[in-house]
Design a protein around this ligand. Structure first.
Ligand code: UTP
Length: 299
């Protein structure tokens, strides 16, 4: 099968960052294990990957990896205790998590940046296109296709790497990788061909307001580029810089995906996600809403 027609079957979830913005919580647990209501962020990400047709997932971890491995593993002791006390709904819930997907782990020995974390997946991926999903960005597309699936459709159509983007406010561009669309190629629906990408540009330097938000489908040629990629912004090996070099040799597209995206790597984004997700839970909705209203009345 030619590379161009290969299916996107594998995904990488980098979860080896220091999580500085969430210290001290992230001293002993990765930020991807922080729960939104009662589900760790990484589980939402795995669910999105599975719902997008991904068959095998590699999580890039650091020395705090055990809690993540345990979360997606069978827990016979817990299962036995829950069964003894007749908590069969909970038994089903923990078994569903263990059966969710084929998940593998590899350790990034030093937090040298997102690009370096993705490079740790090289031998797992081999020579096929693959997805990258960041735990920082949780995307909910209620009633529609998951964000990653939308990108995979764009990959299948254009046979080229696709980065997921959404428009951010002008004063927010310096927090993201910002894409520069090719002005000579008309947009194809929500997909635009790229000329360039800039990591965390100033407002003046930003080529657009379209920010890369934690979802990618990449061709395996990215690995050669990551291997020779020098440290960039923040002294880290940046995935954005390697994708920029990929643009010199292959077409790369940005896809403006549909869905509400929560920046859960940021404290306020995390709080917003917690409130919105709680309001989606029938057992919590009324209490949470009444509480928010009571706060609003007091202030
Ligand atoms: P971030 O830059 O948002 O994560 O990386 P961070 O470094 O943990 O965050 P702060 O700024 O210190 O709070 C985006 C994603 O890349 C992963 C992170 O786990 C996160 O999912 N990452 C980052 C790695 O896996 N390894 C790295 O060396 C850096």
């Amino acid at each position: 099968m030619s590379k161009q027609t290969q299916k996107v079957r594998k995904a990488v979830i980098p979860a080896a960052g220091l999580g500085t913005r969430f210290l001290p919580a992230t001293k002993a647990i990765p930020k991807e294990m922080l729960p939104i209501v009662d589900i760790p962020t990484v589980q939402y990400i795995v669910e999105e990957a599975v719902a997008s047709g991904i068959e095998e997932i590699l999580i890039i971890t650091n020395s705090n990896k055990h809690c993540m491995e345990n979360h997606f593993d069978k827990d016979y002791e817990l299962e036995a205790r829950l069964t003894e006390s007749g908590k069969m709904k909970e038994v089903e819930m923990i078994n569903d998590i263990a059966n969710m997907a084929n998940i593998y782990y590899v350790r990034q020995k030093e937090p040298k940046g997102l690009g370096h974390a993705v490079l740790c997946a090289k031998s797992f991926i081999g020579n096929e296109p693959f997805a990258v999903l960041l735990g920082d960005d949780v995307v909910i597309n209620k009633g529609g296709e998951p964000a990653l699936k939308q990108l995979i459709h764009a990959y299948d159509k254009h046979h080229a790497s696709v980065v997921g983007v959404q428009t951010v406010a002008e004063d927010q561009v310096s927090k993201y990788g910002i894409v520069a669309p090719n002005q000579n190629v008309p947009a194809d629906g929500r997909a635009v061909k790229l000329d360039n990408m800039v990591e965390k540009p100033s407002q003046e330097e930003a080529p657009s307001q379209m920010a890369v938000l934690g979802r990618y489908v990449l061709t395996p040629e990215i690995f050669e580029l990551l291997e020779s990629q020098e440290a960039g912004a923040g002294g880290e090996i940046q995935l954005t810089d390697a994708i920029c070099r990929l643009i010199d040799t292959q077409a790369v597209y940005a896809y403006d995906f549909e869905g509400t995206r929560y920046d859960v790597g940021d404290k306020f984004g995390f709080i917003k996600a917690t409130i919105d997700f709680a309001l989606e839970r029938p057992e919590l909705k009324d209490q949470v809403m009444a509480y928010i209203q009571s706060i609003a009345e007091k202030n």
